[in-house]
Design a protein around this ligand. Structure first.
Ligand code: HEM
Length: 128
């Protein structure tokens, strides 16, 4: 089990994020990833129900809510995919758009994008 480790970050939302709304945003996020031909390939054969569940918990923690994340650490999960900086940027964009679509305020999504930035070096593969 890997904790997300956002507890030391700046305090996030004053009120915990609405878990139900974040769940809808993650559904939208996965739809957007699968519709993006630069990213969709990576989800071939993946258990999307599990990815949804883990990503939802991860994002709730990243937004300053309770940390109920029980997925693997970000490097272990993404290393086999050999992701690029462009892949990372595109995924963050899809996530922000999806959270805004369910009504999350712009300042919260901007704060989230900033919190995800340190994960770049865990998610993106070292380029040869
Ligand atoms: C915005 C940055 C990203 C975050 C916060 C993130 C977060 C996560 C989380 C929490 C999981 C679940 C881990 C688990 O089930 O143990 C996951 C899995 C996954 N992510 Fe990401 N991810 C990001 C970027 C990307 C990108 C850019 C791609 C590729 C297009 C990607 C592809 C995948 C795939 C394919 C899985 C499933 C892996 C598996 O089940 O073995 N992710 N991600």
């Amino acid at each position: 089990m890997a904790m997300v480790g956002f507890k030391d970050a700046e305090p996030g939302a004053a009120t915990p994020p609405d878990a139900e709304a974040v769940g809808r945003a993650i559904t939208l996020f996965l739809e957007r990833l699968l519709a993006d031909e630069s990213l969709a390939w990576s989800f071939d054969g993946m258990d999307l129900e599990r990815v949804h569940r883990h990503t939802r918990a991860f994002v709730i923690a990243a937004l300053g809510g309770p940390d109920l994340y029980v997925g693997r650490d970000m490097r272990t999960v993404h290393a086999p995919l050999r992701l690029s900086d462009e892949n990372f940027d595109a995924a963050v964009d899809h996530l922000v758009v999806s959270l805004r679509a369910v009504g999350l305020a712009d300042d919260l999504t901007a704060a989230l994008a900033a919190r995800l930035e340190p994960l770049r070096r865990q998610i993106v593969a070292p380029q040869p």
